[in-house]
Design a protein. Structure first.
Length: 309
């Protein structure tokens, strides 16, 4: 019969774990940090109880959370494994939870108490069911197979990042987001669902947005709109507090390569474009106001998208 206490003792000694207490059933409590990263572990042969510190078991070959602590008072690092589900995951994580680069596809048994940031990028998630209602820190969902944010927590204390997913709309976007909203490289066609105020950067570059309708009234940091299908900017009223506007490779950039808050005012005042059409007289006036030359090459580019009206 395997002596679980001896097995736990041997494991602690082998892996340099300090401040441990081993119970009669072999469960290991630790007063301090545990670092088991990059050890080539395919499974935990021991069972941890409470870890009063960080628990780092990233960059191994684990397929489950079996053997993990029941609770971790600081951060839990288990990124870059081959974990497939949250069963046996700690129920309480006092700090951040890093589980990126695994193979998890659903949120069954997801911990409901997490004190810090949550990193879930590069997994196999297709939906966000069973997540807690509140994430105190940032939530990172990059490079998953999400088409919607429905099921997302209602409140995120800091940043929401969901780039390189397959989002087609913003349904389910949390009611409260304390920081930036990063949703570039998706398949969005509308900005409907964005809050009126973004307390950080708003980045929706590399989508299929055709209209600035539903833009926030205020963005604290940068507003990044590159690589969309926006052809006009009438009604643009977003106030950028501390950052800048970045808008390149949209159809409207054929009219004005360097879009700034000032050039938007002049562009809209000139009324030179409307519904994918341009007015030649007004276009010349716009270029005169901007002190720019309307060259034949620029006209060729404009006529490749806009029609004269």
């Amino acid at each position: 019969m395997i002596d679980k206490k001896q097995e736990a003792l041997d494991f602690c000694e082998e892996h340099g774990i300090l401040g441990y207490t081993i119970h009669d059933d072999g469960t290991i409590d630790v007063d301090g940090d545990v670092d088991l990263s990059s050890r080539g572990l395919e499974a935990l042969i021991v069972k941890f109880g409470v870890v009063h510190g960080e628990f780092n078991i990233g960059y191994n070959k684990l397929t489950t959370f079996y053997g993990f602590p029941t609770s971790v008072t600081r951060s839990l690092y288990c990124e870059s494994n081959q974990i497939r589900y949250f069963k046996h995951c700690p129920s309480i994580i006092g700090g951040s939870f890093l589980v990126s680069d695994n193979k998890i596809s659903n949120f069954d048994d997801f911990p409901q108490v997490i004190g810090g940031d949550v990193y879930l990028g590069r997994n196999n998630f297709t939906k966000l069911d069973n997540m807690p209602e509140i994430i105190n820190g940032s939530l990172f969902l990059s490079q998953n197979y999400l088409t919607t944010l429905e099921g997302c927590p209602k409140k995120i204390g800091k940043e929401l990042t969901a780039d390189h997913c397959q989002l087609t709309n913003l349904k389910g976007l949390p009611d409260e987001i304390g920081g930036s909203i990063i949703i570039y490289q998706n398949q969005l066609t509308s900005l409907e669902g964005l809050p009126e105020v973004v307390n950080g950067t708003l980045n929706f570059a590399h989508n299929r947005i055709t209209s600035i309708e539903h833009l926030p009234k205020e963005v604290r940091d940068n507003l990044i709109m590159d690589n969309n299908n926006i052809s006009e900017l009438y009604g643009f009223e977003t106030k950028i507090i501390e950052g800048s506007l970045k808008m390149m490779k949209n159809p409207v950039n054929l009219i004005c390569k360097d879009i700034t808050l000032e050039s938007i005012k002049i562009l809209n005042m000139s009324k030179c474009i409307e519904n994918k059409g341009y007015k030649m007289k007004n276009l010349k006036w716009f270029y005169s106001l901007m002190d720019m030359e309307l060259t034949d090459d620029i006209m060729d580019d404009i006529q490749g998208f806009y029609t004269v009206i």
